[in-house]
Design a protein. Sequence first.
Length: 195
Amino acid sequence: MENEYFDSDIDLQHDLASQPCWNSLRFEQCRFEGLDLSQGQWRFCVFDECEFINCDFSLLSLNNSQLHSAVFSNCKLLGVDWTQADWQSNLGNPPKFKGCLLNSGSFFALSLGAAHFIDCKIHDVDFTQASLVKASFRGSELAHTRFHQSDLTKTDFSQAHGYQIDVTQNRVEKARFSRIEALGLLASLGIELVD
């Protein structure tokens, strides 16, 4: 399918549900629910104010697709290289992820200010050189996730856990951390805590 416009819900009964490759499709205010497009490809697609619920997009190739004000809820997004998307043309809000699995992905050097990663599992993900000003990782697990030369100014890490952030290699001014987890930030400073 190519060069088509959609403005209705897309579920397992829809023709697109069985198409592994979508080319130059445009979706406006669509709701995608229960789809399994793992290892699929989106090529030059545009998603305006779309919501994705309980979908499996693991290893999805984004090939210059645009995600304007996208919301992902309870989706499996393993191994996605988000840098393949067209973020330069983004006219909407940054993406929101709620209760998603985002393991082994890459947001390398992306500008995602005010993106939301709420109650997600974000293991072994690369945020190196990413701009995450005013982003939220509230309640998320961040084991083995890399933040290096990232701008985390005013980023909310409250109730998040498992992160290791070197405060000498990242901008963390006015970022929010839970007290217990914030003790881990001292490791990068060579500080020893004693009782």
